[in-house]
Write a protein that binds this ligand. Structure first.
Ligand SMILES: *Cc1c(COP(=O)(O)O)cnc(C)c1O
Length: 783
């Protein structure tokens, strides 16, 4: 964009939106104004993109979560106008960083699953694929996390309180979602542009907002009617009011079910409306023009709903089932049995009385086939959608879709051989692998411009921005002294930037000379944040016993939200915060180790953390993490992984070499064998330093303010230790000690980081999207 033109646009927008000079606006308003100017620039291209794809097969990503983060910098980066805009703003006397910080994160997701959806959309648009997202416009995103006395306290996230420049309300496409005869709402779409790198393709994320059908009529003012319409509006809006934090059991199940039906029904109605409007005479071509990807089972009600809608269009059940199956594919995201979604049948019948019969019909069809396939009735519990008064969403999603995919090679293998083995025997080609990826535009180009520039210079091209496999050409470059030196300098610069950011946000000083060892992800027992905390507590004890030794300086950084109803996860947060203050206030240790638990970890914080990491913590119990994507962001930014052979870690070390990472702990088969006769007290007593640390939970070393949380944490470990924290501790401790030792030779240590970066090409979400497009969606690029 010509800078003069941009300046005029911005100044004009300020008057249009606020009737004021841009320079008098406060920072939020300035952000909205610049956002509006960018929208003005991109809308014509957005319309062109819609045009070019309109007669072709398109893919639709149905997801209850889209963890988008901020859009301003991303849009400027992808439109390749970032430098121009920054220069213009500078000339106008505006601080870009301040403007960027004024944008609220679009936190419409909990963690990895929602962030994957966002990365796939970015790649889809960048590769010129027709890939749109369909989801919910939650009024409140993932909660804001505060620490009060070391305890997590949640606060609402009203991210739409200020005007949002990226959302366009399209009332013309409003549809009605009918839960039952008496219970209906309007679904109003808000569209967000998804800008592909290079600006050729701009796709759409369509988010539905719930509103009452009968809005208040001001002309017919009547007090009774007024109160009733406010009540109805409030009730309707409840449906899209909040994002449910996962893993929590006490949430309004009924509302969550309504949300799932709300957005899948609205999205399908939208597709059918457009299909009819395009003049198709029957539904023969529906599956030839649409591919729908179900991101986990949250959108799985789309299966009976599409059948129901097709029947309303005059298609019979068998045909409708066939069209549905050809249209849909399902991504499985978990191996945790407790995370497989099951709905109480009575609840579903009461909330969705018109939909339930279709689920029953699908189940009946399955029973018929089970008989034909001669599956013994004793094994039907592994298949039936309806059993024991519950509805099994995963079984429905496997049965009624064309493809089921796992999200990392080991995960898919475990699905096929254990979790849904029976299904794999019946449909041997249905279960496939699509290893997750991340977009290098946000997670390198935008968040680490220094390393990006270095890569561009080394490769002599910036083509890696859309072809990350080019990084492979860098593998041998570390041998050049100047290369490694520059790489280390950049890492130090990013560590200093993070230190400044943490000083500003947490008021904690950290030392960029120390190892930055980072674990950032949702708080869950299987991810084993507690194991890292135990290592730190043990290290603290060792330093206390021998303060004069030549200890390596280390900073341990955590970032994690716990689901509000997940008691043990909250106990772990409290424990880590207690540990942090112990380490902090002890003069013997405070120049050597430091523990920081950053508040309110989210996408924007993540963008500061990944580039500054020396060590990436990926320490889940083997067999529990489906893939992980945080591990890929660290790798791309040149950190080494300390991790188990779980999820995508397996593929990370396959690419970068075990010798360049720190792999420890039991593998999947060992975990299974161990489970048979596991007594956690054995490793607790046998592992050096461990018993003292475990006992410190209850011997008065750490205080839980009388809540009894630490006693509960202790009991869970000593009685059961479901996730083998104590069993794996010895080998984790060894790996961690080796890191401290290796860091003393910085060149050797950072060489490993460099090799990781150079081998991260596989983990671009561009590769992931290409695989989905080719093997599952069957869509083509249109430039
Ligand atoms: C990448 C990302 C995640 C996923 O992290 P995992 O370590 O794979 O669980 C979660 N939250 C945010 C904000 C992310 O950017």
């Amino acid at each position: 964009m010509e800078s003069l033109e941009l300046k005029e646009r911005i100044e004009g927008q300020a008057y249009d939106s606020y009737g004021q000079s841009f320079y008098e606006l406060h920072e939020k308003e300035q952000f909205v104004t610049v956002g509006n100017a960018v929208m003005e620039y991109l809308v014509p291209r957005w319309i062109e993109s819609k045009e070019k794809f309109s007669r072709h097969k398109q893919a639709y990503y149905f997801s209850a979560e889209f963890l988008m983060g901020r859009a301003l910098s991303n849009n400027l980066t992808n439109l390749e106008i970032e430098a121009d805009v920054k220069k213009t703003l500078e000339e106008m006397g505006v601080d870009y960083n301040m403007l960027e910080d004024a944008e609220d994160d679009a936190g419409l997701g909990n963690g990895g699953l929602g962030r994957l959806a966002a990365c796939l959309l970015d790649s889809g648009a960048t590769l010129d694929y027709p890939l749109s997202g369909y989801g919910i416009l939650y009024q409140y995103g993932i909660f804001k996390q505060n620490f009060v006395n070391g305890f997590q306290v949640e606060e609402g996230d009203p991210w739409l309180e200020y005007e949002n420049p990226w959302l366009v309300r399209n009332s013309n496409d409003t549809v009605i979602v009918e839960f039952s005869e008496e219970d209906k709402v309007e679904a109003v779409p808000y569209d967000m542009p998804v800008v592909g790198y290079g600006g050729r393709t701009i796709n759409t994320l369509r988010l539905w907002s719930a509103e009452a059908i009968d809005k208040f009529d001001f002309k017919a003012f009547d007090e009774g009617q007024y109160i009733e319409s406010v009540r109805a509006q409030n009730e309707a809006e409840t449906i899209s009011r909040i994002l449910y934090p996962n893993d929590s059991t006490d949430e309004g199940k009924k509302l969550r079910l309504k949300q799932q039906y709300f957005f899948t029904s609205a999205s399908l109605q939208d597709l059918i409306k457009k299909y009819n409007a395009a003049g198709h005479k029957d539904f023969e071509d529906f599956s030839k023009l649409h591919s729908i990807q179900l991101n986990d089972t949250h959108p799985a009600l789309a299966i009976p709903e599409l059948i129901r809608l097709l029947e309303h269009e005059g298609v019979d059940f068998e045909k409708a089932f066939d069209i549905t199956q050809k249209t849909m594919a399902y991504t499985n995201h978990t191996l945790l049995a407790e995370a497989l979604e099951v709905w109480d049948k009575d609840l579903l019948v009461s909330v969705l009385p018109n939909l339930y019969p279709y689920i029953e019909e699908i189940n009946d069809r399955l029973i018929k086939e089970l008989k034909e396939w001669k599956v013994d009735e004793s094994r039907w519990h592994k298949f039936l959608i309806i059993q024991n008064n519950s509805i099994h969403m995963a079984f429905m999603s496997i049965y009624a879709t064309r493809a089921v995919n796992g999200v990392a090679a080991i995960h898919t293998e475990l699905l096929k051989t254990e979790v849904i083995k029976g299904w794999n025997e019946i449909f041997p080609n249905r279960i496939v692998n699509k290893t997750n990826g991340i977009t290098q535009r946000r997670w390198l180009l935008q968040s680490n411009p220094q390393l990006s520039e270095m890569i561009t210079e080394m490769l002599g091209t910036k083509d890696w921005i859309t072809d990350l496999s080019l990084l492979n050409n860098l593998e041998e470059k570390y041998a050049e002294d100047a290369v490694l030196e520059r790489f280390i300098n950049i890492k130090n610069e990013k560590k200093q930037e993070l230190a400044d950011y943490i000083q500003f946000h947490e008021e904690i000083d950290i030392d960029p000379e120390s190892i930055f060892d980072i674990q950032i992800k949702r708080l869950h027992e299987y991810k084993r944040q507690l194991m890292m905390a135990f290592y730190i507590a043990d290290l603290y004890n060792r330093i206390k016993a021998n303060p004069e030794k030549d200890w390596t300086k280390r900073t341990f950084i955590f970032g994690a939200k716990a689901a509000p109803g997940y008691y043990i996860a909250k106990a772990i947060i409290k424990f880590i915060n207690e540990l942090a203050s112990q380490v902090d206030t002890d003069p013997d240790t405070n120049g050597i180790i430091k523990v920081v638990f950053v508040e309110n970890y989210g996408v924007s914080y993540a963008e500061k953390l990944f580039p500054a990491a020396d060590v990436s913590e990926q320490i889940s119990t083997a067999g529990k993490e489906a893939s992980g994507t945080g591990n890929m962001k660290f790798m791309l930014n040149g950190a080494v992984t300390v991790g188990t052979m779980d999820g995508a870690n397996v593929e990370i070390v396959e690419e970068a070499g075990k010798e360049n990472n720190y792999i420890f702990g039991m593998e999947v088969e060992e975990v299974e064998t161990k489970r048979a006769d596991y007594d956690p007290k054995v490793p607790m007593k046998e592992t050096e330093g461990l018993e003292a640390v475990v006992e410190s939970l209850v011997d008065g070393t750490y205080h839980d303010n009388g809540t009894g949380m630490f006693q509960d944490l202790y009991n869970g470990l000593v009685d059961k230790d479901e996730y083998f924290v104590l069993e794996d501790f010895a080998s984790y401790r060894e790996a961690q000690d080796k890191i401290a030792h290796d860091y003393k030779d910085k060149n050797a240590f950072y060489k490993k980081g460099f090799v990781n970066m150079a081998n991260a090409g596989k983990f671009s979400s561009d590769r992931t999207v290409e695989e989905y497009a080719k093997d599952i969606w069957h869509i083509s690029k249109l430039k």
